[in-house]
Design a protein. Structure first.
Length: 276
């Protein structure tokens, strides 16, 4: 038997291998595979084994790598453990190695070729999977960070041309940049001319924070919008006075309600009770 005959024989037995592999994966109690219905697991095993065996006579090998490149990102994003995938590859290779060992007991050269080639293919694919998982995890982290930034610096439409931006938590240079970016993007997208910044949830306002607010006000004015600052507590007001921070360039109101009333008044509107 030569390597072409061996690969041809194994190709014809792929459905049998897929059944054996599906059983082995369940026996290993891997979280990723134990909950998958057997029919789906058989389909996955069939595709992976077909690609692996095709690569035995392909130079350079790419089918197995292409298979994992097509499925690894989605599995990474769905929370699949990379260790489970590596274990599945090891189990697959060992199963095929056992088959070859039984049928090539009198041909050590052919068996050695199979082992060497199988190692090259699996090692190459595991490296690619590691890179794909790392990239997918980075995308997940970036997406989560973006969502967190949106939560930290929300821009809420209140009325035509009037936005509100309630800030919660400490404001440092990095956070101030996020606030500025969200603020200017919101003004541009919503074509707003009034933005109410509510700092009720900001625990401390120092000179730096005051400067950030002034910068935001100036930037908003460049886009044709006015800033109304609300939610200044007695403690924060006292701190601002003690620091000598200059907020004279910012319109202030006591709370969000007063800020909304002022913003509506700028448009000649007012909040009135409904008539019965």
């Amino acid at each position: 038997m030569n390597k072409h005959e061996l690969v041809e024989m194994m190709t014809s037995d792929i459905p049998t291998f897929a059944g054996q592999l599906a059983t082995l994966l369940v026996q290993h109690q891997l979280d990723t595979y134990s909950s998958i219905p057997r029919e789906i697991l058989l389909t996955m095993a069939n595709a992976a084994l077909t690609a692996f065996i095709q690569d035995m006579l392909t130079d350079p090998a790419h089918y197995f790598n292409d298979y994992w490149s097509s499925v690894a990102p989605q599995r990474a994003e769905s929370g699949v453990k990379i260790d489970d995938i590596f274990t599945a590859i090891f189990v697959s290779v060992e199963m095929l190695n056992d088959f070859v060992a039984q049928h090539c007991s009198d041909n050590q050269q052919l068996y050695s070729w199979w082992l060497r080639r199988g190692y090259e293919i699996s090692h190459q694919s595991m490296l690619a999977i590691s890179q794909l998982f790392a990239a997918a995890r980075e995308r997940i982290i970036n997406t989560q960070n973006a969502r967190l930034r949106e939560l930290y610096t929300p821009i809420i439409p209140l009325y035509n041309g009037i936005l509100a931006s309630p800030l919660v938590g400490a404001i440092d240079a990095y956070r101030a940049g996020q606030v500025m970016e969200s603020l200017l993007t919101g003004i541009s997208q919503q074509q707003a001319d009034v933005v109410i910044i509510d700092i009720t949830g900001v625990p401390m306002v120092d000179t730096d924070v005051a400067n950030y607010l002034l910068m935001a006000t100036r930037a908003a004015r460049l886009l044709g919008a006015n800033i109304i600052l609300v939610g200044i507590s007695a403690e924060i007001a006292q701190t601002i006075v003690q620091l000598g921070a200059d907020l004279s360039g910012i319109t202030t109101r006591a709370n969000l309600q007063a800020g909304i009333e002022y913003a509506l008044a700028m448009r000649g509107l007012e909040i009135a009770p409904c008539k019965a």
